[in-house]
Design a protein around this ligand. Structure first.
Ligand SMILES: *Cc1c(COP(=O)(O)O)cnc(C)c1O
Length: 463
């Protein structure tokens, strides 16, 4: 472990490079043309037209030497692969859950889990549903209910655990709609609320409510290691505890989890479901075989399971987590100092720009956050993602009126172990430039959209 030397303040990247991937520098004219060709939807950009890609931290990380070495040990046997057993053991030790089902990524696990728990008339409470989670819940006909702590609505209050569940609201829902609730979910860290952590105290309180109302509790644990880091950093009583131990304790408060391993699994593809209750095994495993593959590989290759087993172990390294949290905070502080409003405190995987505060006069149907995301790309080749009305709003099919999302954010997500401080400093400069030239931003409108997860494929155009 890195022991901070009080004489030196710089938190250095806890790795050195062994292989390099060139990045691209298209001109501003090329980027302007690319935006038109992409219909002002940054998901449609060719990656070689992006200089710094902060679209997502999902599957975009760099693997370690140990992970690349592990790939060669992949056992590609259809059934009973040793790679599966290695992966299964790592997940069992981390979570304490005996049953482990590998999936190709997080949403495949959501498909299986809510295929089982969901359905018309059901209500799924969550501190905040991630977009794919909400889509999978709603796809079954169930209602996805977000119960974030009221603190989460204020993008400026510096509370330690803005990812928490609103316990009063959960208790009320469980009291009034007991029959309709098959499972209570908690997302760590709370992605939709800005990568904000959930405290152990909150998890324990959710556990107690689940016990009282006899409901299973599941964690959407894509960022379990970042959550554990913030618990140690911020929650009273945890400052001397091992981060790994905190992560293990969090899993042990719940009855099961699903994980997009493309985040804290430190791999480019992968996911899993794990749980305690044996009676879930048959229905979920049958769904796995139907949709993903045989239970000892799920939707993955043996080599993917090997890399994931290593990633799940490396991710709780404290030098890594310190560098990770510091990189995000460095980006956030720099942007803020440059005049860009940002969501605070800084979360675990991303900085969220607050377009509503940058552009207070813009109505939601001008898509201020999408306009800001487009400007960061146009001016600096920096790709982020809108988390606002484009992602979470809806067009009334009869009137064409937009129902606005509660917040208008642009997420700049840092891929794991990919960019250095110079890359981050460049993004700060670009953000500062855009904030100073905010009056030049171009309002947008939707010209084409699909009914679910519209932000991935929508076409937009300047108003
Ligand atoms: C990424 C993510 C998912 C979905 O996982 P995919 O691997 O993208 O399918 C679900 N929940 C949370 C919290 C996530 O961050």
């Amino acid at each position: 472990m890195f022991h901070a030397d009080p004489r030196f303040r710089t938190v250095i990247e806890p790795f050195r490079l062994k292989m390099v991937e060139p990045i691209h520098f298209p001109s501003r004219d090329e980027r302007a043309r690319a935006l038109v060709d992409a219909n002002y939807n940054l998901f449609n950009l060719y990656s070689e037209l992006v200089t710094i890609d902060l679209l997502t931290d999902s599957g975009t990380g760099a693997m370690s030497t140990e992970q690349w070495a592990a790939l060669l040990r992949g056992d590609e046997s259809y059934a009973g692969a040793t790679s599966f057993r290695k992966f299964e053991r790592v997940v069992q030790e981390l979570t304490g859950y005996p049953y482990v089902l590998p999936t190709h990524q997080g949403r495949a696990a959501e498909h299986l889990l809510f295929g089982h728990f969901g359905g018309p008339g059901k209500i799924i409470p969550n501190n905040s549903h991630f977009d794919t989670t909400r889509a999978h819940v709603e796809h079954t006909g169930a209602v996805a209910t977000d119960l974030p702590t009221p603190l989460a609505a204020d993008t400026q209050v510096e509370a330690a655990f803005k990812g928490d569940m609103d316990l009063k609201a959960l208790e009320k829902l469980l009291t009034e709609k007991h029959e309709q609730i098959p499972v209570v979910c908690v997302t760590i860290t709370n992605n939709a609320a800005g990568g904000q952590p959930v405290s152990m105290a909150n998890l324990r309180a959710v556990r107690a409510l689940c016990d009282r109302f006899k409901k299973p509790m599941f964690l959407d644990a894509a960022r379990f290691a970042e959550n554990a880091w913030f618990v140690r950093d911020r929650e009273p009583g945890y400052s001397t505890m091992d981060v790994r131990q905190i992560a293990e304790d969090a899993f042990r408060l719940a009855d099961g989890c699903w994980v997009s391993a493309k985040k804290d699994g430190l791999v480019n593809i992968g996911g899993f479901l794990a749980f305690k209750d044996e009676s879930l095994l048959d229905p979920l495993r049958n769904g796995l075989i139907l949709n993903e593959g045989f239970p000892t590989y799920g939707g993955l290759a043996g080599r993917d399971l090997e890399a994931l087993a290593v990633g799940l172990t490396e991710v709780t390294d404290e030098d890594y987590l310190r560098y990770r949290a510091r990189s995000v905070a460095w980006l956030g502080k720099g942007l803020e100092a440059g005049g860009m409003p940002v969501l605070k405190p800084f979360g675990g995987h991303a900085v969220y720009l607050d377009a509503k505060r940058l552009l207070p006069d813009w109505p939601a149907d001008h898509f201020p956050a999408q306009a800001l995301a487009c400007a960061l790309y146009l001016e600096g080749g920096v790709r982020g993602v809108e988390i606002g009305t484009l992602m979470f709003g809806k067009t009334d099919p009869a009137t064409g009126v937009q129902s606005p999302a509660p917040r208008e954010l642009v997420r700049l997500a840092l891929p794991r172990r990919v960019y250095t401080q110079a890359h981050v400093d460049y993004v700060i400069e670009v953000g500062t430039w855009v904030a100073r030239h905010k009056h030049e931003l171009q309002p947008l409108k939707i010209v084409k959209e699909s009914p679910a997860l519209r932000h991935f494929t929508a076409h937009l155009a300047p108003r």
